[in-house]
Write a protein of this length. Sequence first.
Length: 101
Amino acid sequence: MTYKQTIERIAGRPLSEPELAEFTRDQWGLICSWLRENEGALTGYFPITSVSRADLENIGIDSKQYDDGDMKQLASKMADAYCDNIFWIDLPIIAEAIKQP
């Protein structure tokens, strides 16, 4: 799906190029929210979790020390750690539990 097709799907109608630019600018929050809600349908991948500066603060780490690049690196390493360790143990257990009456 192209960017234009995605935005038109969010808008619920076809958009001209000027309308597309205006809609994108004016509705950025809506676009981001819609993309998050529909990520699985669009990509086949369903998000598991995220990491934020608030998470760092909650464990006593000063998040002001971390720029966006640091946060991306942290998120990537956290995803690797999760997938390397408990993801494959928990996946079949939780998947089966969801389908049990």
